[in-house]
Design a protein around this ligand. Structure first.
Ligand code: AMP
Length: 410
């Protein structure tokens, strides 16, 4: 189906054309009409499904049908779990609002950047605020933002906010919003805690489920390569030279390792950088932009920094260190093959993590042939498993226990 039945006006269609979007993704097909008709929506959708445009397009459409006169007042608030996602969503508003007769003012409210500039932009008047909750609450506490004219509240990737003491933050934010508003909630999963949050925010919401996880994974060629830990770096350099991958995202277990390995790869002539939560926001933005514009070809990243990254044309994702959970595995490999494209996901598996990878495969419902690359074959034996039961801590009676027993008996 093309975009035409979706009742979006000409300037928005023009921006869709410019972006090369010819037909809506399944989530856009379902969510856009619901938002336009004023419904609350609970959508179960992954990153990569096109969910950002599914709320940005109708919100721009509704805003443009009733452009407020005079100084802008905040009509829409979008909360996201990460700074990067906030910037991406704000950019999506700007991209699709480009041809409107008046463009909405969009402000990103995130930590790690000057609060003064953000306060200034808010006070100058803006139409849409895209925010991470911590910085938004700082600004709410300063009483420097007026959300009383708000009409739309969006929670994006809501399940990723759950672990951050989010429930209390949400209370503070909801307090600042008018009761009558339209609510849109996007989440990849719906654990009970999420349902509780959904019931606090939405009213008579229509639930939409997009089963895209399998489809996305189907476009990804998953490979498991056996290699000793110390050979992973040389193997990766070999693979990078042998293959024609344009952008490669390499996941590592910790920040220091990403810095060290990126420096090593640069010494070997690769255009590589590290990306993690300890970098300041400006560095994070610069690195991402350099990666997007292909000035850097290899990005060594930690899980936390890579959440919500939306970069097209990542040809290959490498699990240099395996992810901790099967959910993280799916999340990581989903960084490639976005929006229907294909991609490769490599996992380096050594003796130490062979059992862990089997568990990931089982839970993710895949079974991969183990490969070895000539010159980098897995050497040595797997560490022997200890047979029998491990001693149970605290099972032997202490002197005190014995004395107590004796006292009870006697
Ligand atoms: P999201 O799930 O919002 O992070 O979007 C994933 C990617 O899909 C982004 O790079 C979007 O630019 C792209 N995308 C979203 N909607 C469409 C569409 N209708 N046609 C082509 N690409 C799209």
């Amino acid at each position: 189906m093309p975009f035409s039945p979706l009742k979006l006006s000409q300037p928005i269609k023009q921006a869709l054309d410019k972006s090369g979007f010819t037909k809506p993704t399944p989530i856009q097909e379902k969510v856009i009409p619901l938002v336009l008709s004023g419904q609350d929506v609970l959508a179960r959708a992954q990153t990569g499904s096109g969910k950002s445009a599914s709320f940005v397009l109708p919100l721009l459409e509704l805003w443009s049908q009733n452009i407020p006169e005079g100084k802008s007042k905040i009509k829409a608030l979008v909360l996201t779990p990460t700074r990067e996602l906030t910037i991406q969503v704000a950019q999506t508003f700007k991209t699709f609002g480009e041809f409107l007769s008046k463009q909405p003012k969009i402000v990103s409210v995130i930590g790690g950047e000057s609060i003064g500039d953000q306060l200034y932009d808010i006070q100058q008047g803006c139409d849409v605020v895209v925010a991470t909750s911590g910085r938004l609450i700082d600004i709410l506490n300063k009483k420097q933002i007026n959300l009383s004219k708000l009409e739309f509240f969006v929670l994006d990737e809501a399940d990723k906010m759950l672990d951050l003491g989010f429930s209390e933050e949400l209370d503070i934010i909801l307090e600042a919003l008018p009761d009558k508003r339209q609510n849109l909630l996007f989440s990849a999963t719906y654990p009970p805690k999420m349902q509780e949050i959904a019931s606090r925010i939405t009213q008579d919401a229509i639930e939409i489920t997009i089963e895209e996880e399998r489809q996305t994974v189907d476009n990804i060629q998953q490979r498991a390569i056996e290699v000793n830990r110390e050979n992973r770096g040389p193997l990766l350099r070999h693979l990078l030279t042998e293959n024609d991958w344009e952008l490669v995202l390499v996941f590592m277990a910790n920040r220091r390792a990403t810095d060290n390995i990126a420096a090593k790869f640069r010494k070997h002539g690769f255009k590589a950088e590290s990306f993690h939560g300890s970098l300041d926001q400006e560095d994070r933005n610069d690195t991402l932009n350099a990666f997007k514009s292909r000035k850097i070809h290899i990005l060594f990243a930690t899980d936390i920094a890579a959440r919500g990254l939306d970069i097209d044309n990542i040809s290959c994702v490498v699990n240099f260190d395996l992810p901790r959970s099967p959910a993280d595995y799916i999340h990581r490999i989903g960084r490639t093959a976005r929006a229907g494209k294909s991609g490769v996901a490599l996992s380096f598996v050594g003796h130490e993590d062979s059992d862990h990878f089997k568990l990931i495969e089982k839970r993710s419902d895949v079974k991969l042939e183990r490969e070895e690359i000539e010159g980098f074959e897995l050497m040595g034996d797997a560490p022997k498993k200890v047979k029998g039961k491990a001693p149970v801590k605290g099972k032997r009676k202490s002197k005190k226990d014995k004395a107590r027993e004796k006292a009870l008996k006697g």
